[in-house]
Ligand binder design. Structure first.
Ligand SMILES: [Zn+2]
Ligand SMILES: [Zn+2]
Length: 163
């Protein structure tokens, strides 16, 4: 799978299936999306219903093929360990990573081209904008789902075992 910024100067290659494809409605993702979308020329980050789509990949399954030097961290607070990485060429939100901790990155689904793997769940739906009614095509979790956490742990174990 290939993800690019809207002008094409930044390109990520993701190998294999994502750990999970989900949509997050938490307050931080909504705030991050609004702040980045307010930058000049920025393409949409979140969906019209307030959700932000992500494909989670192990760090070792992501290759920064082009333009890595154009990525800049957008933090909601200076002390936050969470980096929303924005392509400075065209203000596209490309991925979320962390100063420390997690072994995965969350790439913004909006930046991927071609056939996407199916959506698996929506998380943090209790924070969705008032009045938004979600379809029930996939599980909608009010906070984070246990299944998602188990998948992340399993992917960590597989990575440590070199698989
Ligand atoms: Zn760009
Ligand atoms: Zn979120």
């Amino acid at each position: 799978m290939i993800a690019t910024c809207s002008c094409g100067a930044v390109e990520l290659q993701a190998f294999g299936k994502p750990i999970v494809r989900s949509v997050c409605y938490c307050a931080d993702c909504q705030k991050g999306a609004h702040e980045i979308e307010a930058l000049p020329g920025a393409p949409a980050v979140s969906d019209p219903d307030g959700g932000t789509g992500y494909m989670l990949y192990r760090k070792d399954r992501i290759d920064y093929a082009k333009g890595a030097e154009l990525l800049r961290s957008h933090k909601l607070k200076p002390t936050s360990p969470t980096n929303r990485m924005v392509a400075t060429c065209c203000n596209s939100a490309v991925l979320v990573n962390f100063d420390r901790g997690p072994h995965w990155i969350s790439a913004y689904t909006a930046r991927f081209q071609g056939d996407l793997p199916p959506l698996e769940c929506r998380v943090c739906t209790k924070s969705r904008p008032e009045g938004v009614v979600l379809p029930d095509d996939v599980p909608n979790y009010r906070t984070y789902s246990l299944g998602l956490i188990l998948k992340l742990l399993a992917s960590r174990a597989a990575m440590l075992l070199g698989r």
